[in-house]
Design a protein around this ligand. Structure first.
Ligand code: GAP
Length: 538
């Protein structure tokens, strides 16, 4: 099972501190999010997996971390100043603003067809470098990390003596003044990209493009986003970015959103290196570039076999970190019934849901769109009870739900059943899990048990080099469920037997290790824990 609605993930992220709306105490800032204590671990782990697979496990890749602010000329010659535009229309009736290609002649807010003609809107954020605000001080926050790689091509080549084909990998922030940021982490104004510019001999580019397509699908699979949930969109020529000869968009099946781009894999030809080069006339470029009178470098590669300079072609796999985190969470998410529900309790909650939906249907306080969305979601839940009972929580968190009085009754009926009979579990790949191991004492007021549990946590932290936590803020069953919900693969409990105070002397210096997915428990000697867990983490 995976997430069936984005609201499940948004609610989990908020509840458990994966992601918070940016500047929340001041009312937020649209399209901006902050990663919380668990989110930062998950995001860093995803980035680390990408870096490991693409930089450490290949022998044809170098890493880079270029600055966010770059000379304005970078964006002139990259084509972004001129072409990084979206056509915008304004609704004259309700004054809202939309991307012309996202609506069909009708304002999605008020339904009016009284719209302005489309006008180009550049999505780069501008800022000023230095104290004097003249035109020479203008700079942009980068809208893609890629350009930092292109303008450092000669530096990397000179310092590493690489031969073609080779790639440069970079992870970093990018900024786009999106007109309508929406769908949680999916379309935001500040985000991170994981980008590779892979430089190849012209003529070998199409074969490399196919190879990278396969490679990237394999990688997504390895982090828990299976191939069968991604469709490959061969972008038609009229939709290609200005630099691209051909692009494959990997479209992940996000709940509610349908197939949406998680990564683009473009053949950027010799466009970028050619654009940033001096002496372009002598380079035999195939791409059409803006004449460059400002560059001080010739971004070429000396082919030792044919003894001449070539401008490499570039294959660019470019993935969004936030969209990746969202997909990983959606795939890992499951709500599972751990014990069957008694028939009379099921009937009571079914009745409460039916009464709530009737009240929604009759409500005059609700916006029609909010009402229809709540009815559709509520009916879907009702048709799949008891399995989808935990979705009552996101249903009651939908806009306007708080105005329905019967919501309280529904929550009162549903919540105890959810708590007793269900668990939410994130079946994250262990390497991605924000917390790898949680250690509990069976009794929090037993000094020796607490001390042993804390010692085990510290020792595993050192041995595994990954986040471990100690927790004693509830009964063991509750602690397990809390760790399940954030995807912790293993929980360790220290009990009386561990201390030699139980009924089984043979269990002295052993602990219970509980597996998140199977919920099976195993007795493991404390001394064996590092090896036992390291093997499982591989
Ligand atoms: N250098 C190529 C490039 O930037 P892109 O298709 O515009 O290509 C690459 O962006 C990836 O960056 C996308 O596949 C997506 O994952 C992510 N991305 C782009 N715009 C985004 C936004 N506004 N919010 C979140 N992620 C975004």
């Amino acid at each position: 099972m995976t997430a069936t609605s984005l609201d499940q993930i948004i609610s989990l992220c908020k509840r458990r501190g994966f992601v918070f709306p940016g500047s929340e105490i001041y009312g937020g800032l649209q399209g901006i999010y902050d990663y919380g204590p668990l989110g930062v671990e998950l995001k860093n782990n995803l980035i680390a997996e990408w870096w490991r697979a693409n930089v450490y496990e290949r022998d044809d890749m170098e890493g880079l971390d270029a600055a966010i602010l770059m000379n304005r000329l970078v964006w002139k010659y990259s084509g972004h100043e001129e072409t990084f535009n979206d056509p915008l229309v304004d609704c004259r009736t309700c004054k809202s603003r939309w991307r012309a290609d996202h609506i069909h002649g009708r304002c999605p807010n008020c339904g009016s067809t009284d719209l302005t003609e489309p006008r180009p809107f550049n999505m780069m954020f501008s800022t000023q470098v230095g104290p004097v605000a003249d035109s020479g001080a203008l700079a942009y926050l980068r809208p893609e990390t890629a350009q930092g790689i292109f303008v450092n091509f000669a530096n990397v080549l000179a310092t590493t003596s690489r031969k073609l084909p080779f790639g440069i990998a970079q992870v970093g922030k990018a900024f786009r003044n999106e007109i309508n940021p929406r769908n949680f982490l999916f379309r935001v104004r500040e985000f991170e990209q994981m980008e590779i510019e892979y430089f190849v001999m012209p003529g070998t580019d199409e074969a490399w493009h196919q190879q990278w397509l396969e490679e990237r699908l394999r990688w997504w699979d390895s982090v828990g986003v299976p191939r069968e949930r991604i469709t490959v969109y061969d972008v038609p020529p009229d939709e290609l970015a200005h630099y691209s000869k051909r692009t494959y968009d990997l479209m992940y099946q996000y709940p509610d959103l349908g197939p949406q781009e998680i990564e683009g894999i473009a053949n950027r030809t010799d466009y970028d290196l050619g654009s940033h080069s001096k002496d372009q006339a002598s380079l035999n470029l195939t791409a059409r570039v803006t004449p460059n009178a400002d560059s001080t470098a010739r971004l070429t590669y000396f082919d030792p076999e044919r003894r001449h300079h070539v401008v490499p072609y570039v294959i660019e796999p470019s993935a969004g970190v936030g969209r990746g985190v969202l997909a990983v969470l959606c795939e890992a998410y499951a709500e599972e019934m751990t014990r069957a529900l008694p028939a009379e309790k099921l009937q009571a909650v079914t009745d409460a849901l039916t009464a709530f939906l009737k009240s929604v249907g009759r409500s005059e306080k609700l916006h029609p769109e909010a009402r229809d969305a709540m009815l559709a979601y509520g009916e879907a839940i009702g048709n799949h009870l008891p399995e989808r009972l935990p979705e009552v929580e996101p249903l009651l968190a939908m806009p306007g739900a708080e105005t329905i009085e019967l919501g309280k009754k529904l929550r009162g009926q549903a919540q105890p059943l959810i708590d007793e009979h269900f668990r939410t579990v994130l079946r994250l790949r262990p390497r991605l899990a924000p917390v790898k191991v949680a250690v509990f004492p069976l009794k929090r007021n037993h000094d020796a048990m607490v001390e042993t549990a804390r010692r085990i946590r510290r020792q595993l932290q050192l041995e595994l080099g990954a986040r471990t936590v100690y927790d004693d803020t509830g009964a063991i069953g509750k602690l397990y469920r809390r760790q399940d919900e954030i995807g912790t693969p293993w929980c360790i409990t220290v009990d009386f037997d561990t201390l030699g105070e139980g009924k089984e002397p043979a269990l002295t210096d052993t602990v219970t290790v509980r597996d998140r997915d199977s919920m099976a428990q195993e007795r493991v000697p404390i001394a064996d824990l590092p090896l036992y867990l390291r093997e499982k983490l591989r």
